[in-house]
Design a protein around this ligand. Structure first.
Ligand code: PMT
Length: 406
């Protein structure tokens, strides 16, 4: 069920006796790595408490359309946009009828109307209600309207809560979860743990000054987004930047190279892919003045001391990740220096960045790079950092797959 890793699932629960099984469904989906937000109809609350589902999903449960507090948190339109998919289990005959009619009489029906996400229903109702021509017509209407973005999971057949025998029982939660997983291709990095360093470091001179560089974090953050989209579990170790972290990554904020090294060592356990895109200061002030350094004389001498090399430390570690990728920001002899760093830092790949150009590299939205490995090199012409990140992540994922297969 790795396909469900990182998926944002909006689980709708309507008012039927099968609602008690939804608790188990939440547990299975969450265990598969999905982020589950539960939306209950008023009827559903008669069968199971929001508190149970909140505890199992780890997220607040939504059930009221006109709730000022909830709207101030994640409003209903935001929730509709948030969802990668909407799963309604159990879906009662009444709820299906409302969805087919395009009603928005309570939060769940409104969300379905307001969302473009695929809709999956696990019906649960009495066998006569299931067989009713109106129920079947309503399901055909939904299928016609949503096309490939609609599927029914079940129902199962057998003895029903009311004593009838026939189709209408909700599928077991494990079956619903595996049918849902089958709808999605596993991402290229599903099941992989990826650690990415990004942004600049700041090396303090005194309480108000520091040595740093122009890295904005855009390249590393784009890589984190692409890795999450590929299904990876991502830790982003970031220097001080002004951009928001992508959703679904674990963000570790750091300031100096020493902080970044400590965070890297603390998070590298079981890591498959380590990407060092951060612009780390090679040197730091040998002494950090306790008080602000006062102006005196025409010249001032600074003594700098070498910082630890983070990516080289990781690449030479006993628990070295299967693939370690560095970046090389160069202004001259890009090819020569990049190849040199590939070997001296014991890397598997290095992404060479010509930062003498003002249209790419530091702080720009675009980049153009050459990726070197021991086997050869590949050029990536100028493109957005978002697109470049996707292409680089595909290449790294391919290397990991080859390693696994050989
Ligand atoms: O953040 P952006 O504005 O989007 O810009 C992107 C970028 C230009 C910063 C990025 O594409 C890039 O090139 N990052 C590497 C910058 C750099 O520090 O390069 P370097 O050649 O000095 O270092 C080589 C490699 O060693 C890098 O992977 C670096 O993270 C790593 N390193 C360097 C020094 C050190 N003490 N520890 C390290 O881990």
């Amino acid at each position: 069920m790795l396909q469900l890793a990182n998926k944002r699932i909006l689980l709708g629960i309507s008012g039927g006796i099968a609602a008690y099984k939804s608790a188990e469904l939440v547990r299975i989906l969450t265990k598969a790595g999905a982020n589950v937000r539960v939306v209950m109809t008023q009827g559903a609350k008669e069968f199971i408490t929001p508190l149970t589902l909140q505890a199992l999903s780890g997220n607040p449960v939504h059930h009221t359309l006109l709730d000022e507090e909830a709207e101030a948190g994640m409003g209903h339109i935001e929730l509709a946009r948030w969802a990668d998919l909407i799963l309604i289990a159990p879906a009662t005959a009444d709820l299906i009828a409302k969805l087919a009619a395009g009603m928005g009489d309570e939060l769940l029906t409104t969300l379905v109307l307001a969302s473009k996400a695929p809709l999956f229903l696990a019906p649960a109702m009495n066998q006569q209600m299931w067989a009713a021509a109106t129920t079947q017509q309503n399901l055909r209407t939904l299928a016609d309207l949503k096309g490939d973005d609609f599927a029914l999971f079940g129902p199962d057949s057998g003895v029903q809560a009311c004593g009838d025998v026939g189709p209408g029982r909700m599928l077991e939660p494990t079956d619903i979860a595996s049918l849902l997983a089958q709808r999605f291709q596993p991402g290229l990095l599903t099941g992989c743990k990826v650690v990415i360093t990004a942004g600049p470091t700041r090396e303090a001179l005194d309480p108000v000054r520091y040595i740093s560089n122009h890295s904005s974090g855009k390249m590393g953050y784009a890589l984190a987004q692409a890795a999450v989209d590929a299904g990876a579990q991502v830790t982003l170790i970031s220097g001080p930047v002004r951009i928001p972290a992508p959703d679904r990554v674990t963000l570790v904020n750091t300031i100096s190279a020493q902080d970044m090294l400590e965070a890297s060592l603390a998070t590298m356990g079981n890591c498959d892919l380590f990407i060092a895109s951060a612009a780390v200061a090679d040197y730091r002030p040998a002494n950090v003045a306790e008080q602000k350094i006062k102006k005196a004389g025409d010249e001032i001498q600074l003594t700098l001391t070498k910082n630890p090399d983070i990516v080289a430390t990781i690449a030479n570690h006993q628990q070295r990740p299967a693939t370690v990728v560095g970046f090389a920001a160069e202004t001259t002899d890009v090819d020569g220096y990049a190849r040199g760093k590939l070997a001296s830092k014991n890397l598997d790949m290095i992404v060479a960045n010509d930062v003498s150009r003002s249209d790419i590299g530091f702080n720009s939205d675009d980049n153009a790079v050459t990726l070197y490995s021991r086997e050869g090199h590949q050029d990536f012409e100028r493109m957005s950092k978002t697109l470049l990140a996707t292409k680089l992540i595909q290449t790294f994922a391919e290397r990991l797959r080859n390693l696994r297969e050989h």
